[in-house]
Design a protein around this ligand. Structure first.
Ligand SMILES: *Cc1c(COP(=O)(O)O)cnc(C)c1O
Length: 410
């Protein structure tokens, strides 16, 4: 619950959730959407509270918020969206429809227009469903093999070039520190073919520099989650990139049946260039972002870039070592702390041996069903391991997690 703040474990008790009879979670798993993503910054919450007391033209608010976000990300334009997943729907819609109102109106029906989004096969995730929601067909290319030792790995430059054709609307890329091929190669090939590149960098900040790094490499559209380390409202995201693509996304996002707001908002400039004609509600209209969320995201992003990232990393590392130290005497388990990455906190990896009184699976499910719930990282449960991520734990909560593990294993 901390992100480096010192918070007492009393705050785990929460009257609102108590009243609903829904147990709260001690989050030892990091910024995972399914357990609430992040704890919104107090400053963002305060801004949302104020935003809730007035009406405002959403198009004017979007325009100003977009300018501020674009400034921070070093992109031409930006749009506050409904999560990174919502930004991906709009990104695909923008690349497919461009400035064609007819296509905007027909989406997700893409008959007669290029609708393929080419992706390296190793970049497929459950979230690319968002591209298909807008009507895109995903074409995945290359091999999925990094582990079998057959020598054919990932995606070759020629393979990517070969897969881009008349039906290609965009190339999709998921950014991770280990993503292959490198983004600059993919951008190079895509731009040679005149096709934009959409980068899903939802969880790739911190480091703060990643907010602008992908544009410097030539990405045309980049999506970020507002509800992860930025600590904005859980439902927010950012779509940033080239003017004309962001304008297309904005047109497909906002209510369009009303009279245009005062000229100069990106939407209205766009409408002017189309002779004052307006499209109807687009495919993104179902992904509405409220005025409170827009304001909250902007405030959270401003606070995020002002934060001392290295102090935060030091706190996480200290917390991880403290938890590992508390777990060390427990029989039947072994622990080690991972090397901190640039973008992620170090984690305590706990290996549960056969001599332990519970298996890793049983221990993790015991923790997950007690009250308050304790959720740990369980990606490697099959190997008898789980992970404790310090990012969302206060020191007291870290102590509590270690105590509960000890209690289950003694
Ligand atoms: C979290 C995540 C998303 C979705 O982000 P939301 O803001 O929750 O919509 C998309 N792609 C990747 C790679 C993610 O990690």
């Amino acid at each position: 619950m901390s992100f480096g703040d010192e918070v007492t474990s009393d705050e785990v008790e929460n009257d609102v959730y108590d009243a609903l009879g829904v147990p709260t979670v001690v989050n030892a798993a990091g910024t995972k959407t399914r357990i609430g993503g992040t704890l919104i910054r107090p400053e963002a919450l305060e801004a949302m509270r104020e935003a809730a007391t007035s009406f405002v033209h959403l198009s004017e608010l979007h325009e100003r918020a977009g300018e501020l976000v674009a400034d921070i990300t070093g992109s031409e334009s930006a749009l506050v969206t409904n999560g990174a997943a919502g930004a991906m729907v709009l990104a695909a819609a923008a690349c497919i429809a461009r400035d064609d109102y007819g296509v905007m109106d027909r989406l997700p029906n893409t008959e007669g227009v290029p609708d393929e989004i080419v992706m390296p096969r190793t970049h497929r995730t459950g979230y690319d469903r968002s591209f298909r929601t807008a009507g895109a067909t995903i074409v995945d290319v290359g091999t999925n093999d990094r582990h079998l030792g057959t020598g054919s790995k990932d995606l070759k430059r020629w393979e990517l070039a070969d897969s881009i054709g008349d039906d290609t609307a965009a190339v999709g890329y998921v950014q991770k520190p280990f993503s292959q091929p490198p983004l600059d190669t993919v951008v190079d090939v895509a731009h040679d073919a005149g096709v934009p590149v959409i980068v899903d960098a939802a969880a790739e900040i911190p480091p703060t520099e990643n907010l602008s790094r992908f544009f410097a490499v030539g990405a045309d559209l980049v999506v970020f989650s507002g509800g992860k380390a930025i600590r904005g409202p859980q439902t927010t995201g950012i779509l940033a990139g080239h003017d004309e693509l962001i304008e297309s996304a904005a047109l497909q996002h906002l209510d369009m049946h009303a009279a245009p707001a005062p000229a100069s908002s990106p939407v209205d400039t766009y409408i002017e260039s189309a002779g004052g004609d307006i499209p109807r509600q687009g495919i993104g209209r179902a992904l509405k972002v409220g005025k409170e969320e827009i304001v909250g995201l902007v405030r959270a992003l401003e606070c995020f870039v002002d934060e001392d990232q290295s102090a935060k990393r030091t706190t996480w590392a200290k917390r991880a070592r403290r938890i590992a130290g508390q777990l060390a005497p427990i029989e039947g388990i072994e622990t080690h702390v991972t090397e901190p990455g640039v973008s992620v906190a170090p984690e305590v990896i706990v290996s549960v041996g056969t001599e332990a009184t519970l298996s890793a699976v049983d221990l993790v499910s015991e923790l997950r069903s007690e009250e308050p719930r304790i959720v740990v990282g369980s990606d490697s449960l099959d190997d008898g391991e789980f992970a404790i991520n310090p990012m969302c734990l206060s020191r007291e909560e870290g102590d509590y997690v270690a105590q509960r593990i000890q209690a289950h294993l003694s």
